[in-house]
Design a binder for this molecule. Sequence first.
Ligand SMILES: C[S@@+](CC[C@H](N)C(=O)[O-])C[C@H]1O[C@@H](n2cnc3c(N)ncnc32)[C@H](O)[C@@H]1O
Length: 340
Amino acid sequence: MSETHKPAPREAEAMSDDGASDTPADAAAGDTDDRERNLSVLERYRPLVDDFEAFRAACARPLGYVVRVNPLKASVERVERAYREAGVAHERVEWHDRLLRVETDSPGTSWPYVHGWIYPQEEVSTLPVLALDPEPGETVLDTCAAPGSKTTQVAAAMDDRGTLVANDSNLGRLAPLRSNAQRLGVTNAIVTHRDARNLSLQPFAVDAFDRTLVDAPCSCEGTIRKNPDALTEWQRSYLDDVAELQRDILTRAVEVTREGGTVVYGTCTFAPEENEAVVDSVLRERDCRLVGVDLPLHTEPGVREWQGTEFDPSLDRAARVYPHHNDTGGFFCAKLEVTG
Ligand SMILES: C[S@@+](CC[C@H](N)C(=O)[O-])C[C@H]1O[C@@H](n2cnc3c(N)ncnc32)[C@H](O)[C@@H]1O
Protein backbone atom coordinates (compact mmCIF):
# COMPACT_ATOMS: atom_id res chain seq x y z
CA MET A 1 0.00 0.00 0.00
CA SER A 2 1.01 3.61 -0.35
CA GLU A 3 2.68 5.01 2.76
CA THR A 4 0.65 8.19 2.69
CA HIS A 5 -2.69 7.72 4.34
CA LYS A 6 -5.04 10.66 4.04
CA PRO A 7 -8.17 10.61 6.17
CA ALA A 8 -11.50 10.69 4.31
CA PRO A 9 -13.45 13.95 4.83
CA ARG A 10 -15.40 13.60 8.05
CA GLU A 11 -18.64 15.13 6.71
CA ALA A 12 -18.84 12.33 4.14
CA GLU A 13 -18.76 9.79 6.95
CA ALA A 14 -21.17 11.21 9.50
CA MET A 15 -23.84 13.27 7.75
CA SER A 16 -26.44 12.52 5.09
CA ASP A 17 -27.36 14.98 2.28
CA ASP A 18 -29.85 17.00 4.30
CA GLY A 19 -27.35 17.42 7.10
CA ALA A 20 -29.12 15.05 9.50
CA SER A 21 -27.09 12.46 11.35
CA ASP A 22 -26.93 8.98 9.89
CA THR A 23 -28.86 6.14 11.47
CA PRO A 24 -26.95 4.20 14.16
CA ALA A 25 -26.47 1.37 11.63
CA ASP A 26 -24.94 3.76 9.08
CA ALA A 27 -22.76 5.29 11.75
CA ALA A 28 -21.61 1.84 12.89
CA ALA A 29 -20.73 0.95 9.28
CA GLY A 30 -18.81 4.24 9.07
CA ASP A 31 -16.98 3.40 12.27
CA THR A 32 -16.03 0.01 10.85
CA ASP A 33 -14.73 1.63 7.65
CA ASP A 34 -12.72 4.12 9.70
CA ARG A 35 -11.27 1.37 11.84
CA GLU A 36 -10.34 -0.72 8.81
CA ARG A 37 -8.69 2.27 7.16
CA ASN A 38 -6.79 3.09 10.34
CA LEU A 39 -5.67 -0.49 10.82
CA SER A 40 -4.42 -0.61 7.23
CA VAL A 41 -1.65 1.77 8.27
CA LEU A 42 -0.19 -1.10 10.25
CA GLU A 43 0.30 -3.22 7.11
CA ARG A 44 3.80 -1.77 6.78
CA TYR A 45 4.80 -3.74 9.89
CA ARG A 46 3.86 -7.12 8.40
CA PRO A 47 7.56 -7.99 7.83
CA LEU A 48 8.37 -7.29 11.50
CA VAL A 49 5.60 -9.06 13.38
CA ASP A 50 5.56 -12.82 13.98
CA ASP A 51 1.79 -13.46 13.64
CA PHE A 52 0.51 -10.46 11.76
CA GLU A 53 -3.18 -11.50 11.77
CA ALA A 54 -3.13 -11.92 15.57
CA PHE A 55 -1.34 -8.56 15.87
CA ARG A 56 -3.95 -6.85 13.70
CA ALA A 57 -6.84 -8.49 15.55
CA ALA A 58 -5.39 -7.40 18.90
CA CYS A 59 -4.99 -3.82 17.62
CA ALA A 60 -8.70 -3.82 16.70
CA ARG A 61 -9.82 -4.88 20.19
CA PRO A 62 -10.49 -2.10 22.72
CA LEU A 63 -8.30 -2.05 25.80
CA GLY A 64 -9.75 -2.13 29.32
CA TYR A 65 -8.79 0.25 32.10
CA VAL A 66 -5.74 -0.29 34.27
CA VAL A 67 -4.65 1.75 37.28
CA ARG A 68 -1.28 1.90 38.99
CA VAL A 69 -1.36 1.97 42.77
CA ASN A 70 0.67 4.82 44.23
CA PRO A 71 2.71 3.48 47.17
CA LEU A 72 3.35 7.00 48.46
CA LYS A 73 -0.29 7.05 49.54
CA ALA A 74 -1.81 3.57 49.64
CA SER A 75 -1.16 -0.13 49.57
CA VAL A 76 -2.60 -2.38 46.86
CA GLU A 77 -4.79 -4.00 49.53
CA ARG A 78 -6.22 -0.62 50.58
CA VAL A 79 -7.15 0.19 46.99
CA GLU A 80 -8.66 -3.24 46.47
CA ARG A 81 -10.79 -2.76 49.60
CA ALA A 82 -12.01 0.64 48.33
CA TYR A 83 -13.01 -0.87 44.99
CA ARG A 84 -14.74 -3.78 46.76
CA GLU A 85 -16.71 -1.37 48.93
CA ALA A 86 -17.70 0.63 45.85
CA GLY A 87 -18.74 -2.52 43.98
CA VAL A 88 -16.12 -1.99 41.26
CA ALA A 89 -14.83 -5.27 39.79
CA HIS A 90 -11.05 -5.47 39.62
CA GLU A 91 -8.18 -7.93 39.36
CA ARG A 92 -4.43 -7.79 39.68
CA VAL A 93 -2.20 -7.67 36.60
CA GLU A 94 -0.05 -10.80 36.82
CA TRP A 95 3.27 -9.30 35.78
CA HIS A 96 3.24 -6.09 37.85
CA ASP A 97 2.55 -6.01 41.58
CA ARG A 98 1.04 -2.51 41.58
CA LEU A 99 -1.30 -2.66 38.57
CA LEU A 100 -5.01 -3.44 38.75
CA ARG A 101 -7.44 -4.00 35.89
CA VAL A 102 -10.62 -2.16 36.77
CA GLU A 103 -14.07 -2.56 35.26
CA THR A 104 -15.10 1.04 34.90
CA ASP A 105 -15.38 3.64 32.18
CA SER A 106 -14.08 6.41 34.41
CA PRO A 107 -11.26 5.44 36.77
CA GLY A 108 -10.65 9.18 37.18
CA THR A 109 -13.91 9.81 39.07
CA SER A 110 -13.44 7.35 41.94
CA TRP A 111 -12.40 8.00 45.56
CA PRO A 112 -9.08 6.13 45.11
CA TYR A 113 -8.34 8.59 42.30
CA VAL A 114 -9.32 11.67 44.29
CA HIS A 115 -7.18 10.55 47.25
CA GLY A 116 -4.16 10.05 44.97
CA TRP A 117 -4.05 6.33 45.67
CA ILE A 118 -4.10 5.45 41.98
CA TYR A 119 -3.02 6.76 38.59
CA PRO A 120 -4.92 5.46 35.52
CA GLN A 121 -2.11 4.20 33.29
CA GLU A 122 -1.84 1.69 30.47
CA GLU A 123 0.14 -1.40 31.40
CA VAL A 124 2.85 -0.82 28.78
CA SER A 125 3.23 2.78 29.84
CA THR A 126 4.81 1.57 33.10
CA LEU A 127 7.66 -0.17 31.25
CA PRO A 128 10.15 2.67 30.73
CA VAL A 129 10.29 3.47 34.44
CA LEU A 130 10.86 -0.21 35.23
CA ALA A 131 13.78 -0.05 32.78
CA LEU A 132 15.05 3.23 34.25
CA ASP A 133 14.99 1.71 37.76
CA PRO A 134 15.53 4.97 39.69
CA GLU A 135 16.61 4.80 43.33
CA PRO A 136 15.85 6.95 46.38
CA GLY A 137 18.26 9.89 46.72
CA GLU A 138 19.25 10.06 43.05
CA THR A 139 18.97 13.00 40.69
CA VAL A 140 16.62 12.12 37.86
CA LEU A 141 15.39 14.00 34.80
CA ASP A 142 12.10 13.29 33.02
CA THR A 143 12.54 15.22 29.77
CA CYS A 144 8.97 14.93 28.42
CA ALA A 145 6.95 14.58 31.58
CA ALA A 146 3.41 15.86 31.11
CA PRO A 147 0.83 14.89 32.23
CA GLY A 148 2.90 12.91 34.72
CA SER A 149 2.14 9.21 34.64
CA LYS A 150 5.82 8.33 34.51
CA THR A 151 6.96 11.25 36.69
CA THR A 152 4.70 10.04 39.50
CA GLN A 153 5.89 6.46 38.94
CA VAL A 154 9.53 7.60 39.11
CA ALA A 155 8.83 9.57 42.31
CA ALA A 156 7.26 6.46 43.86
CA ALA A 157 10.27 4.33 42.89
CA MET A 158 12.50 6.99 44.52
CA ASP A 159 10.31 6.84 47.63
CA ASP A 160 9.89 10.59 47.12
CA ARG A 161 13.56 11.12 48.03
CA GLY A 162 16.28 12.77 45.95
CA THR A 163 15.56 15.22 43.15
CA LEU A 164 13.30 14.68 40.18
CA VAL A 165 13.14 17.28 37.43
CA ALA A 166 9.86 16.93 35.53
CA ASN A 167 10.15 18.93 32.33
CA ASP A 168 7.82 19.54 29.41
CA SER A 169 7.81 22.11 26.63
CA ASN A 170 4.02 22.34 26.41
CA LEU A 171 2.80 24.99 28.84
CA GLY A 172 -0.80 23.79 28.67
CA ARG A 173 0.25 20.34 29.89
CA LEU A 174 2.14 21.61 32.92
CA ALA A 175 -1.02 22.24 34.99
CA PRO A 176 -2.12 18.58 34.82
CA LEU A 177 1.49 17.54 35.49
CA ARG A 178 1.59 19.67 38.64
CA SER A 179 -1.85 18.64 39.86
CA ASN A 180 -1.14 14.94 39.27
CA ALA A 181 2.14 15.20 41.20
CA GLN A 182 0.33 17.02 44.03
CA ARG A 183 -2.58 14.59 44.08
CA LEU A 184 -0.18 11.65 44.36
CA GLY A 185 1.74 13.30 47.21
CA VAL A 186 5.00 13.82 45.29
CA THR A 187 7.26 16.37 46.97
CA ASN A 188 10.66 15.65 45.39
CA ALA A 189 9.73 16.90 41.90
CA ILE A 190 10.55 20.26 40.33
CA VAL A 191 8.42 21.12 37.30
CA THR A 192 10.22 22.97 34.50
CA HIS A 193 9.07 24.38 31.20
CA ARG A 194 11.95 23.96 28.74
CA ASP A 195 12.61 22.59 25.29
CA ALA A 196 14.40 19.33 26.18
CA ARG A 197 16.54 19.65 23.04
CA ASN A 198 18.60 22.38 24.68
CA LEU A 199 17.88 21.91 28.37
CA SER A 200 20.47 23.69 30.51
CA LEU A 201 21.88 22.12 33.67
CA GLN A 202 22.60 25.49 35.22
CA PRO A 203 19.32 26.02 37.17
CA PHE A 204 19.64 22.63 38.85
CA ALA A 205 23.09 23.04 40.43
CA VAL A 206 24.13 19.55 39.36
CA ASP A 207 26.91 18.49 37.00
CA ALA A 208 24.78 15.76 35.49
CA PHE A 209 21.75 13.58 36.20
CA ASP A 210 22.07 10.00 37.44
CA ARG A 211 19.19 8.86 35.22
CA THR A 212 17.19 10.43 32.45
CA LEU A 213 13.92 9.35 30.92
CA VAL A 214 12.88 10.28 27.39
CA ASP A 215 9.22 9.34 26.98
CA ALA A 216 9.21 10.86 23.56
CA PRO A 217 6.45 12.56 21.58
CA CYS A 218 5.62 10.09 18.81
CA SER A 219 3.06 8.95 16.25
CA CYS A 220 1.25 6.90 18.96
CA GLU A 221 0.49 3.91 16.72
CA GLY A 222 0.61 1.60 19.72
CA THR A 223 -2.25 3.44 21.44
CA ILE A 224 -4.83 2.48 18.81
CA ARG A 225 -6.62 0.08 21.19
CA LYS A 226 -7.28 2.91 23.63
CA ASN A 227 -7.76 5.60 21.03
CA PRO A 228 -9.23 4.26 17.75
CA ASP A 229 -8.57 7.65 16.10
CA ALA A 230 -4.83 7.47 16.81
CA LEU A 231 -4.05 6.63 13.17
CA THR A 232 -6.67 8.80 11.43
CA GLU A 233 -4.18 11.53 10.60
CA TRP A 234 -1.22 9.19 10.03
CA GLN A 235 1.23 10.56 7.47
CA ARG A 236 4.51 8.93 6.47
CA SER A 237 6.19 12.35 6.44
CA TYR A 238 5.29 12.89 10.11
CA LEU A 239 7.54 10.00 11.11
CA ASP A 240 10.62 11.78 9.75
CA ASP A 241 9.66 15.09 11.33
CA VAL A 242 9.05 13.65 14.76
CA ALA A 243 12.15 11.42 14.48
CA GLU A 244 14.32 14.52 14.16
CA LEU A 245 12.78 15.93 17.35
CA GLN A 246 13.19 12.59 19.12
CA ARG A 247 16.87 12.38 18.06
CA ASP A 248 17.57 15.86 19.38
CA ILE A 249 15.87 15.19 22.71
CA LEU A 250 17.64 11.85 23.18
CA THR A 251 21.00 13.43 22.24
CA ARG A 252 20.56 16.10 24.90
CA ALA A 253 19.44 13.47 27.41
CA VAL A 254 22.73 11.61 26.93
CA GLU A 255 24.69 14.86 27.24
CA VAL A 256 23.14 15.81 30.61
CA THR A 257 23.50 12.34 32.17
CA ARG A 258 26.66 11.42 34.09
CA GLU A 259 29.16 8.86 32.86
CA GLY A 260 27.89 5.46 33.99
CA GLY A 261 24.36 6.88 34.27
CA THR A 262 21.27 5.52 32.54
CA VAL A 263 19.08 6.97 29.80
CA VAL A 264 15.84 5.23 28.85
CA TYR A 265 14.15 6.02 25.56
CA GLY A 266 10.53 5.00 25.05
CA THR A 267 7.75 5.52 22.54
CA CYS A 268 4.26 4.10 22.16
CA THR A 269 4.73 3.46 18.46
CA PHE A 270 5.85 0.67 16.15
CA ALA A 271 7.67 2.74 13.51
CA PRO A 272 11.40 1.84 13.35
CA GLU A 273 11.96 5.37 12.02
CA GLU A 274 11.03 6.65 15.51
CA ASN A 275 12.58 3.83 17.48
CA GLU A 276 15.67 1.91 16.34
CA ALA A 277 16.69 4.59 13.81
CA VAL A 278 16.64 7.30 16.49
CA VAL A 279 18.66 5.24 18.98
CA ASP A 280 21.05 4.13 16.23
CA SER A 281 21.86 7.69 15.28
CA VAL A 282 22.50 8.73 18.91
CA LEU A 283 24.71 5.67 19.46
CA ARG A 284 26.85 6.82 16.55
CA GLU A 285 27.14 10.42 17.68
CA ARG A 286 27.44 10.28 21.46
CA ASP A 287 29.38 8.25 24.04
CA CYS A 288 26.84 5.66 25.06
CA ARG A 289 25.97 2.01 24.55
CA LEU A 290 22.81 -0.04 24.58
CA VAL A 291 22.29 -2.38 27.50
CA GLY A 292 19.66 -5.09 27.78
CA VAL A 293 16.20 -4.23 29.07
CA ASP A 294 14.86 -6.89 31.38
CA LEU A 295 11.09 -6.45 31.37
CA PRO A 296 8.61 -8.77 33.11
CA LEU A 297 6.43 -9.49 30.08
CA HIS A 298 6.85 -10.90 26.58
CA THR A 299 8.99 -8.60 24.43
CA GLU A 300 10.58 -8.93 21.02
CA PRO A 301 14.10 -7.64 20.26
CA GLY A 302 14.54 -4.34 18.49
CA VAL A 303 15.01 -4.66 14.74
CA ARG A 304 18.45 -4.47 13.12
CA GLU A 305 17.28 -3.54 9.65
CA TRP A 306 14.33 -1.63 8.22
CA GLN A 307 13.54 -0.89 4.58
CA GLY A 308 17.16 -1.27 3.49
CA THR A 309 18.76 0.59 6.41
CA GLU A 310 20.89 -1.42 8.80
CA PHE A 311 21.17 -0.45 12.44
CA ASP A 312 23.86 -1.10 15.03
CA PRO A 313 23.67 -4.83 15.92
CA SER A 314 23.19 -3.95 19.60
CA LEU A 315 19.72 -2.64 18.72
CA ASP A 316 18.45 -6.13 19.38
CA ARG A 317 18.91 -5.29 23.09
CA ALA A 318 15.97 -2.87 22.81
CA ALA A 319 12.49 -4.20 23.52
CA ARG A 320 9.39 -4.12 21.33
CA VAL A 321 6.02 -4.87 22.86
CA TYR A 322 3.29 -6.00 20.45
CA PRO A 323 -0.38 -5.99 21.51
CA HIS A 324 -1.07 -9.66 20.68
CA HIS A 325 1.66 -11.04 22.95
CA ASN A 326 0.46 -9.71 26.30
CA ASP A 327 -2.97 -8.26 25.40
CA THR A 328 -1.67 -4.71 25.89
CA GLY A 329 -0.95 -1.61 23.87
CA GLY A 330 2.24 -1.34 21.83
CA PHE A 331 5.55 0.04 23.08
CA PHE A 332 9.26 0.42 22.34
CA CYS A 333 11.90 0.78 25.02
CA ALA A 334 15.70 1.11 24.86
CA LYS A 335 18.13 1.47 27.75
CA LEU A 336 21.43 3.29 27.28
CA GLU A 337 24.46 3.55 29.51
CA VAL A 338 26.42 6.76 29.16
CA THR A 339 30.09 5.92 28.62
CA GLY A 340 31.83 9.26 28.40
C1 LIG B 1 4.40 10.87 25.26
S1 LIG B 1 4.09 12.42 25.92
C2 LIG B 1 4.74 12.27 27.54
C3 LIG B 1 3.85 11.53 28.49
C4 LIG B 1 4.38 11.57 29.92
N1 LIG B 1 5.75 11.13 30.00
C5 LIG B 1 3.55 10.74 30.84
O1 LIG B 1 3.94 9.60 31.12
O2 LIG B 1 2.50 11.21 31.31
C6 LIG B 1 5.30 13.42 25.14
C7 LIG B 1 5.47 14.79 25.75
O3 LIG B 1 6.59 15.41 25.13
C8 LIG B 1 6.38 16.80 25.18
N2 LIG B 1 7.33 17.43 24.26
C9 LIG B 1 7.27 17.53 22.90
N3 LIG B 1 8.36 18.15 22.43
C10 LIG B 1 9.13 18.46 23.50
C11 LIG B 1 10.39 19.12 23.67
N4 LIG B 1 11.07 19.60 22.61
N5 LIG B 1 10.87 19.28 24.91
C12 LIG B 1 10.20 18.81 25.99
N6 LIG B 1 9.01 18.19 25.89
C13 LIG B 1 8.48 18.00 24.67
C14 LIG B 1 4.92 16.93 24.83
O4 LIG B 1 4.42 18.18 25.26
C15 LIG B 1 4.30 15.75 25.57
O5 LIG B 1 3.82 16.13 26.82
